[in-house]
Structures are given as structure tokens and as C-alpha cells.
Write a protein that binds this ligand. Structure first.
Ligand code: IMP
Length: 412
């Protein structure tokens, strides 16, 4: 297929409650990219990438790292646990992935997660089922203007003044010294890369419904996971983001608490959970499983301005006889056509489904759209119709090569 000229940068955004497969999609797209830049969250994220016989789960380092010669940027919108970041760098190096300031830069303006944030999260996070990584408390300190920024930690004089305990200072000074070479003014770096027409992927963590403003509050994370977060989390103008790709699963999943109208309980749910290996990459928790919810999809398209969709895990549906797509909610006798983040309403919504026939063919070796079984194509077309957005990528397995490009004009 001849490549039409596509955008030079793409924001890759989760359309649901995270775990949509963004890591795999970014890794796939990164081959053509110069820069991969994370803009939100922290080590609550777990981006799984499988290349050859290696399976790598990344929590903080952007997903471009599996390719040589890409610049990976950790933006100011993140909260960073320096101990975890250093462990991740060590783990990558053990796996033959060389990390240096040439391929990894960390924003001096990102905030840091400290041990007391983790302790606090363990105490108060239970009510919504957080990842207990200190994310919420670190962002709370940022908003309260008492947080500690990366540049303050790596500056010995400032850091010594900001912390009371000598023992703590010694431990964190060790981390700070190790991270110092990576710390930089990442906004200037990204804006320069944009000016030079470099190919850039803006990597989102979590998903639209976990956004602090646009998600199902309070069952959300503490950052802006949606496309708007690209600008604030990296320091670039909205005018510079050329294209937005939404990543969604063929079915839905959710970890942690909160309403989930299309949740499937019983044998089919367990089957999808098992075939799809739906266990959290960060906490190992079982993910709740649900049918495709087109109200959630349309909402994510609206909030993020999604141009095309990367749909993952279509292979998991093989052998599921009847597939359901939610096309409306029933709420106290009324029919709702649009998603709502009002959880009081959402928790009383019953899904209205359309049913479609499934397929029995193994999809995991299929290389192009035409080879997909007819019922799979019908399923994809129905999603495109309902969301009014084309599907550009279809993922049929965890490996890089198990990726079908349906429309390459949306790729960089
Ligand atoms: P926190 O981000 O640790 O504060 O957790 C808040 C909510 O977001 C919880 O329901 C978590 O399970 C969920 N969450 C945070 N990060 C991820 C992710 O990367 N994937 C899926 N769920 C996540």
C-alpha cells in the first residue's frame, strides 16, 4: 500500500479506563518516529511491549525505548518515583536496551513521589482502588503548591533545605545523582523537535474515563489523561498537535472500583478475561470485563477529537458465539444516547445491546484487513458507524507483527 502523507505527530490516547494496549501501539508506531513523549501519570501505568521472545512492562520510561535512536521524553505532567525510574532503567539495561541521556530526557519540572505519598495512598486510596503508588498524594501536593520538582531534588543546596531528615536526604541524594544527567528542559526540546518537523508520538497513560476532569470522578486517576493533557503535560501549544489516535479494546476492561454499565459477569466474562489475560500489568489485579460500549467510544472521540482508532485484542473474541455492542443506556424509564460522567446516573444505567455473530477463525496470523473473517469485519464496521471514526489499526496479538494497518494515512 502506497503511503499517503500522514501527520508528523500523533497523540495516542486511551479511550476507556486504561489498559487499552497503548504500549503495543506506540511501540508499533515508534519505528517511524523520532521522539516518543509521555505527558501524564506516573508508575501507576503499565505499558506492556512484546518484541521477539521479550516481554517488557514499562511504568515510566516511554514506549519508544524498544527501538534504537529514538528520543524518549518524560514530560512535566508526570509524577516521578525516582527509585522506580532507576530500577526501570537498570531492568531495561539488563535486557540489552541501552539507556543514556541521548535517548531519555526527564523534565526538570515534573514532580517527585516521596515515601510519605505512598504511605498516604495506601491509607486513603482503598476507597477507589488506587494502585497505591503515591500518585494522588503527589499530585495533591503539586496542586497545593508544596510539591517537590525534579530540579529541586537534583540541586543539592535546594534539596538539603527542603528535607529535614539526614537519612532520607542521603538515600534520595543517591537517586538524584543517578538521574541528574537525564534532567533537562523538555518543553524546549519538544518544541524544537516540532519546529524541525520531527515525527513525534505523544504517549498517554491510563484512559479517557480515568481523567481527573472528564472521567468517572472520583473513580479516576489524578492527572489529565485526555488529549488536552498533551499540551499542559509537555508544554506545547494545542495548535501543534496534528492528529489524535484513540486506542480501544474490542471489549472493555476496568481495574479498580466504579460504575461499568456493560460489565459481563459469569462464564463469558471469565472466558474473555482468561483468553485476554486480563490481569493488571502494574498491580496484578483481575480486570473487570465488559462488552463494547459505543457511548463510551463516542464520548472519548468527542473529548479527545479522535481522528482514527487503533482497536486492540480483536483475536480474543475468536470462539465467542454472540458479541454484544451497547448502543444506548436505559435509565429510570428513559433512553440515554450519550455517556454521562455523573456516576449517580451511570450506576443506575442498564445497557441496551445490539447482538452480532462471532467467528471461529484464529486471527493471530492475519496480516491484512481483507483476510479477516466477514463477521469480524462487520463488527469493526459497526463500531466505525457508531463512533463515526475510521479504524486505522487492528491488533490481533501482543507482538509487533500481529498488527494490521487498515488505513495508513492516519499513521506518521
Ligand atoms: P491511581 O492512578 O493509582 O491513583 O489509581 C486511580 C484509579 O486509576 C484506580 O482505579 C486504578 O486502578 C486506575 N489506574 C491507574 N493507572 C492505571 C492504568 O495504567 N491502567 C488501568 N487503570 C489504572
Amino acid at each position: 500500500m502506497a503511503k499517503q502523507s500522514g501527520p508528523s505527530n500523533i497523540a495516542v490516547i486511551g479511550m476507556e479506563w486504561g489498559d487499552e494496549g497503548k504500549g503495543k501501539i506506540i511501540d508499533f508506531l515508534a519505528e517511524k518516529a523520532d521522539v516518543v513523549a509521555r505527558f501524564n501519570g506516573g508508575n501507576n501505568a503499565g505499558h506492556t511491549i512484546e518484541v521477539g521472545d521479550k516481554k517488557i512492562v514499562l511504568h515510566l520510561v516511554p514506549s519508544g525505548v524498544m527501538h534504537k535512536d529514538k528520543l524518549n521524553v518524560v514530560g512535566n505532567g508526570l509524577v516521578i518515583d525516582s527509585k522506580v525510574l532507576l530500577q526501570e532503567i537498570k531492568f531495561l539495561e539488563k535486557n540489552g536496551i541501552k539507556i543514556s541521556p541521548e535517548n531519555l530526557v526527564i523534565s526538570e519540572n515534573a514532580h517527585v513521589i516521596l515515601p510519605h505519598h505512598i504511605e498516604e495512598d495506601k491509607k486513603i486510596g482503598g476507597a477507589i482502588g488506587t494502585t497505591s503508588r503515591g500518585i494522588g498524594p503527589a499530585y495533591s501536593d503539586k496542586a497545593a503548591r508544596i510539591g517537590l520538582k525534579v530540579y529541586e531534588v537534583v540541586d543539592e543546596n535546594i534539596f538539603r533545605k527542603r528535607v529535614g531528615s539526614e537519612e532520607f536526604y542521603q538515600e534520595y541524594k543517591g537517586y538524584a545523582d543517578a538521574l541528574k544527567p537525564y534532567v533537562n528542559d523538555t518543553s524546549t526540546i519538544i518544541n524544537y523537535a516540532i519546529e524541525k518537523s520531527k515525527k513525534i508520538l505523544f504517549e498517554g497513560a491510563q484512559g479517557t474515563l480515568l481523567d481527573i476532569d472528564h472521567g468517572t470522578y472520583p473513580f479516576v486517576t489524578s492527572s489529565n489523561t485526555t488529549a488536552g493533557g498533551v499540551c499542559t503535560g509537555l508544554g506545547i501549544s494545542p495548535k501543534k498537535v496534528q492528529s489524535v489516535m484513540g486506542v480501544c479494546k474490542a471489549y472493555k476492561t476496568r481495574v479498580g472500583m466504579g460504575p461499568f454499565p456493560t460489565e459481563i459477569t459469569g462464564a463469558i466474562g471469565e472466558k474473555i478475561q482468561k483468553i485476554g489475560k486480563e490481569f493488571g500489568a502494574t498491580t496484578g489485579r483481575q480486570r473487570r470485563v465488559g462488552w463494547f460500549d459505543s457511548l463510551v467510544g463516542k464520548y472519548a472521540v468527542m473529548i479527545n477529537g479522535i481522528d482514527s482508532i487503533a482497536l486492540t485484542k480483536l483475536d480474543v473474541f475468536t470462539t465467542i458465539d454472540k458479541l454484544k455492542i451497547c448502543v444506548a443506556y436505559k435509565h429510570k424509564g428513559n433512553i440515554l444516547k450519550n455517556f454521562t460522567t455523573n456516576i449517580k446516573v451511570l450506576q443506575d444505567c442498564q445497557p441496551v445491546y445490539e447482538e452480532m455473530d462471532g467467528w471461529w477463525d484464529d486471527l493471530t496470523k492475519i496480516k491484512n484487513y481483507e483476510q479477516l473473517p466477514n463477521n469480524a469485519k462487520k463488527y469493526l464496521r459497526r463500531i466505525e458507524e457508531l463512533l463515526k471514526v475510521p479504524i486505522s489499526i487492528i491488533s490481533v496479538g501482543p507482538k509487533r507483527e500481529q498488527t494490521i494497518v487498515a488505513r495508513n494515512e492516519f499513521l506518521i
